[in-house]
Design a protein around this ligand. Structure first.
Ligand code: ADP
Length: 620
């Protein structure tokens, strides 16, 4: 919390101070009317002396008419001042609280975005979303409400007590004797309420995760007709929240009337003792004369005691919420990003595209900075001792069974993850020594799942090359065989794709992704099953464009269909993280190993693999 105040509060402290002052002025101004009313009753209506706390006697007119007008004026002025100060406070306090929230949110997002892929592999979307939305909101609630309410609480209690003690210390003692009782009651309430508030917070989180999960998985729910099951799970989570909320509220609604009752006791005591005093003179002979006006002021102010005190429960709740939230927010901000540009990183200029993998090994491990601090090196190595190279302009096919580590191998080139051992160099520079920006500028990537942002087709092609000319976008789309289908869409390049691009087929999305890379014009191309989502005809078209695209640049092509990489300059066959074979298509067929086997299967020669037929055919 201190960090929140220091980092984000300090730049906006003016707003905070103005808000605080506005609040104090509003509170104190609102105390003026009952005090002036009491003084006016004594001074004007009953012909006594008209005196006010903190106001020099010289300011108060002497004549009855003058005093009456003065009292009316001061009371009216106090209301106007209260309104004005409340307005100032409202604007300033919200400017402060929402401004801080905005800064925290953007900072948090920026920091989060810089985190390693490994972080995102590990986290649920809902978890990260809730840090960015509800946690920052909790901070805002605290900064706005809790902070100002606690100031008001302090000001009211001290202000009222001060005035009462000034007017009549003995009667004030009668009124205030109940305050310690209220404090004890409040402390008891906070103790008992705390675990209930915590339980309720957990239930809210639980329900949100459930809902988020259910909505993301709605397709699975529908296709398996599991709606009742899903509703049941949401009902359970919702009911738990209901129960926890009720358990909290039952206590809160015991506390509030309890406080009011205690205030009532103070009121009755003040009224009883004060009334007796008015009629029979000072009780037990203690104290001076009590004027009826003072008595009226007492009665009014005693009632004003309760509301701010009853706020204590809310303040405590908001404070606890904010504390938990700020721990989560700063926890996220403090996770170190391991994959980042080094201090003395150089920019790759005009890369040629010579890529060398030198004895590279890699294992996925836990997210950095995770609670147990484990670095998980013991986990299964996904890429093991891989050495291979691609000269500028060469195409290297990467094949092998699912899970062999093909995607991982190429993600290491882009530094989505960093190698554990060995090194990858681009034009002789270790990829860890060049700036990430220039590295990713030099390497174009088309993955298996093509993500499109909500926006127009043109915007999606432009992504990463913002501000490209319309002509360049069209040119790229043509090269990616996408121009034709785009122009057939209702709004052509201005057609909006829905969230996640669901309104386009897999093949169409793929071609947009390829157009994006064409526009990027990188020295090195990484195609990870880029044609996996398309039919044979489209594949042929895309293949043609990819061939043209990779003609004069280095390309790594992961392919399930071996025909895609048949003409590559070299092919590496990966199995269980290791290169088991390498060579050209013909050489690999001659080697008669894993590649030849896969080729045979895909060529429809399935028998070749199965039993005795194999050797027979081989002999032919
Ligand atoms: P391929 O592309 O050859 O199918 P991958 O590189 O995708 O293989 O995966 C290789 C292995 O690494 C698999 O066992 C897979 O389960 C594991 N793996 C892939 N991605 C991750 C990840 N983000 N976190 C942990 N393990 C992963």
């Amino acid at each position: 919390m201190r960090r929140l105040a220091r980092t984000y509060g300090t730049p906006r402290k003016e707003w905070f101070v103005v808000g605080l002052l506005g609040n104090l002025v509003a509170q104190f101004a609102s105390l003026a009317p009952p005090v002036v009313l009491g003084a006016a009753i004594d001074g004007v209506l009953r012909g006594g002396t008209f005196s006010l706390p903190l106001v020099p006697a010289g300011w108060i007119p002497t004549g009855t008419d003058g005093q009456f007008l003065f009292a009316v004026g001061v009371i009216g002025g106090a209301f106007v001042l209260t309104a004005l100060a409340t307005w100032v406070y409202g604007v300033a306090a919200n400017e402060f609280a929402h401004g801080v929230m905005h800064d925290v949110r953007v900072d948090c997002f920026e920091k989060m975005q810089a985190l390693d892929m490994a972080f995102f592999d590990d986290k649920q979307t809902g978890e990260v979303m809730s840090i960015l939305s509800s946690d920052t909101e909790n901070l805002e609630m605290f900064l706005d409400n809790a902070l100002t309410n606690s100031v008001r609480l302090g000001a009211m209690v001290l202000g009222i007590a001060g005035i009462l003690l000034y007017l009549n210390p003995v009667l004030a003692a009668v009124t205030l004797i109940i305050v310690p009782g209220m404090l004890v009651f409040t402390v008891w309430f906070m103790r008992v309420a705390e675990p209930r508030y915590a339980r309720r917070r957990a239930s809210v989180g639980n329900l949100n995760t459930r809902l988020e999960n259910a909505i993301s998985g709605v397709e699975l729910t529908k296709t398996t007709a599991s709606e009742p099951y899903e509703t049941g799970r949401v009902r359970d989570a919702s009911y738990r929240l209901f129960e926890d909320t009720m358990s909290m509220l039952r206590l809160a609604y015991f506390y509030r009337p309890g406080m009011e009752l205690l205030a009532g006791v103070a009121f009755v005591a003040t009224f009883g003792v004060g009334g007796y005093w008015l009629v029979y003179g000072p009780p037990l002979g203690v104290g001076r004369e009590l004027e009826i006006g003072t008595f009226v002021t007492f009665v009014f102010l005693t009632q004003r005691f309760v509301t701010p005190l009853a706020e204590v429960s809310n303040i405590v709740d908001q404070y606890e919420n904010a504390k938990a939230s700020s721990e989560r927010v700063f926890g996220l901000m403090d996770i170190p990003a391991r994959v980042r540009s080094s201090e003395d990183a150089v920019d790759l200029t005009d890369p040629e595209g010579r890529v060398v993998y030198d004895d590279v090994s890699f294992a996925y491990d836990g997210i950095p900075g995770r609670a147990d601090g484990a670095e998980g090196r013991g986990e299964e190595t996904v890429v093991r001792d891989v050495s291979t190279r691609a000269e500028p302009g060469e195409t290297v096919g990467v094949v092998g069974p699912t899970g062999a580590g093909k995607s991982t191998l190429l993600k290491l080139l882009l530094r989505l993850y960093d190698v554990d051992e060995g090194a990858i160099t681009l034009d002789g520079h270790d990829v860890r020594d060049v700036s990430i920006e220039s590295l990713r500028d030099a390497v174009g990537y088309v993955g298996q799942d093509t993500f499109l942002f909500d926006g127009t087709i043109a915007e999606n092609i432009e992504y990463g090359r913002f501000g490209a000319s319309d002509e360049a976008v069209r040119e790229a789309a043509r090269a990616a065989e996408a121009h034709e289908f785009i122009t057939q869409l209702p709004d052509g390049y201005e057609t909006r794709v829905g969230e996640r691009g669901v309104k386009l087929s897999g093949g169409q999305r793929q071609r947009i992704a390829i157009a994006r890379v064409v526009l990027q014009d990188p020295a090195v191309l990484v195609l990870d099953e880029a044609t996996s989502a398309v039919d044979t005809k489209t594949e042929y078209l895309i293949q043609k464009s990819l061939d043209a695209l990779s003609e004069d640049r280095t390309a790594f092509v992961i392919a399930h269909r071996l025909s895609t990489v048949k003409d590559a300059d070299g092919i590496v066959v990966l199995d269980d993280g290791e290169i088991v074979e390498r060579g050209t298509h013909e050489e690999l067929l001659d080697q008669d190993g894993l590649y030849a086997g896969l080729w045979a299967v895909q060529a429809g020669d399935a028998e070749r693999l199965s039993g005795e037929f194999g050797s027979q055919i081989a002999q032919d």
